[in-house]
Write a protein that binds this ligand. Structure first.
Ligand code: 16G
Length: 252
C-alpha cells in the first residue's frame, strides 16, 4: 500500500535526526508535493490534525507551514484553509499588438473568468483628470478586476475611462474592449510601461502567491484614432506566469 500524507507526518516526528522539527516537517511536506502525493489545489490537513498525527506542537506545524507559504509551495486562503499552490502555465504575450485580455486568453484556448473588485462612476483623482483630459465636473468610470484563466488568477487590472465614453460600467459583460467597441471607442494605439514589483499582502492574496513574490506592474495608456486618451489602466501581472516578448529591428 502506498504512503499517505498522514504516514509522512508520522515519519517526520519519528525521525530523531535531521535538524529542527519544523524544518523536517517542512521538508516532508515539500517532498510530498514534489512526489505528487499531494497535488496542486489539494487542501492540507488542518494544523490541529497534522499536530495530532505527527505528535508535535501546533506552533511547530504553523512555523513549517509559514515557511512553505513564503516559498510559494503552499497558499493560505482566508476562511478555507491551506492548499498546495497551483503551478501556472507560463504564457508569452507579444508587445507589438493591442489586444484585450479576453482575446489573448481565447487565442490560447484558455477558459477565462473575472472577479469584479470594483466598478462604478467616481469623482476623478487629479491624475485621472489630467491623463483622460476630463471636463469640469465629469466623472470617471473605474473598472477593477481579478483576471483568471483556467482557474488561475493571473492579473489584477484597474482601468479608468471617462464617464462620457463609458457611462455605465455595470453594462460590461466580460470584455471592456468589446464594450468600448460597441460605441466606436476601442483604442487603436497604446503606450505600455512595465516595471518590477514585489507584491504586498493584499495583492498577493488575490493572485494566490506568497507576499513579496515577483510581479510586473504595467500601465497602459490607450488612444483613439483621434488622438484622445480613452483608457488608463494599472495592472499587476504574476511574475511566474508571464513572459512579455517584443520584436526588435535594426534602425536604419
Ligand atoms: C489587457 C490590457 C488592459 C485592458 C484589457 C481589456 C494589458 C497589460 N492590459 O489586459 O489595459 O483594459 O486588456 O481586456 O495588456 P478585456 O477586453 O478582456 O476586458
Amino acid at each position: 500500500m502506498s504512503a499517505t500524507i498522514e504516514d509522512i507526518f508520522r515519519q517526520t516526528a519519528g525521525a530523531r535526526s535531521g535538524g529542527p522539527l519544523y524544518m523536517r516537517l517542512r521538508r516532508s511536506i515539500e517532498d510530498a508535493v514534489k512526489s505528487g502525493l499531494i497535488n496542486p489545489g489539494d487542501a492540507l490537513p488542518s494544523e490541529r490534525d497534522i499536530a495530532a498525527t505527527a505528535e508535535i506542537s501546533r506552533v511547530t506545524v504553523r512555523k513549517a507551514v509559514q515557511h512553505l507559504v513564503a516559498d510559494g509551495i503552499l497558499i493560505q486562503r482566508h476562511g478555507s484553509g491551506t492548499f498546495v499552490a497551483a503551478t501556472v502555465r507560463r504564457v508569452e504575450q507579444s508587445l507589438s499588438s493591442l489586444t484585450s485580455f479576453t482575446e489573448d486568453m481565447a487565442r490560447r484556448g484558455m477558459i477565462l473568468s473575472s472577479q469584479w473588485l470594483d466598478r462604478g462612476l467616481y469623482d476623478p483623482s487629479n491624475e485621472e483628470t489630467v491623463i483622460l483630459g476630463l471636463g469640469a465636473g465629469e466623472k470617471v468610470a473605474r473598472v477593477a478586476r481579478l483576471r483568471v484563466a483556467d482557474g488561475n488568477p493571473l492579473a489584477i487590472e484597474r482601468a479608468s475611462i471617462a464617464a462620457s465614453v463609458l457611462p455605465d460600467p455595470n453594462s460590461i459583460a466580460h470584455s471592456l474592449y468589446a464594450k468600448l467597441d460597441e460605441t466606436g471607442n476601442r483604442p487603436v494605439r497604446a503606450i505600455q510601461r512595465i516595471a518590477a514589483l514585489n507584491l504586498g499582502k493584499q495583492d498577493a492574496d488575490l493572485l494566490e502567491v506568497a507576499p513579496g513574490a515577483a510581479s510586473l506592474r504595467i500601465e497602459r495608456t490607450s488612444y483613439l484614432s483621434s488622438g484622445r486618451i480613452v483608457e488608463f489602466t494599472r495592472s499587476i501581472y504574476r511574475g511566474d506566469a508571464y513572459d512579455f516578448v517584443a520584436e526588435l529591428r535594426l534602425q536604419n
